[in-house]
Structures are given as structure tokens and as C-alpha cells.
Design a protein around this ligand. Structure first.
Ligand SMILES: [Zn+2]
Length: 66
């Protein structure tokens, strides 16, 4: 199942997590959860907001804000 980026309209498959304080600065919509971003848009928006995201992978868990 793919998602559609609210910034560039690309369809993407990646499931990822970013810290809440970063998401609040990069989210494409101000309502509700804040919309959806593909990895490339999340990355470029985070850099513009002054955050360099490090991507890692896991097949059984998420990152955390701690
Ligand atoms: Zn995008």
C-alpha cells in the first residue's frame, strides 16, 4: 500500500518516523496529524528547518522521542 506525499504528490512506500519536534516544523498540513510526506520531502524540509535526519531501519519497531 502506498501513500501520497502532500508536498510533491509522489507516491511512496517507505514507513518512517521522525521526532515530534521535527514533525511540527515540517508537516505539510496544519490540521490533524499534519498530512503525509515522502522521505525526500521530509529530508529536505527537515534540513530547511535546521535538522539533519539520520535514517535507520527496523523490521519490528519505531524510533522514539527519548
Ligand atoms: Zn514528497
Amino acid at each position: 500500500m502506498s501513500e501520497k506525499c502532500d508536498s510533491c504528490s509522489a507516491e511512496y512506500e517507505a514507513i518512517y518516523w521522525v521526532p515530534e519536534h521535527v514533525w511540527q516544523k515540517i508537516k505539510p498540513k496544519q490540521d490533524g496529524f499534519g498530512g503525509l510526506l515522502c522521505i525526500e520531502c521530509a529530508h529536505s524540509r527537515a534540513i530547511s528547518a535546521g535538522h539533519v535526519l539520520r535514517f535507520s531501519g527496523s523490521d519490528n519497531g519505531w524510533g522514539s522521542d527519548e
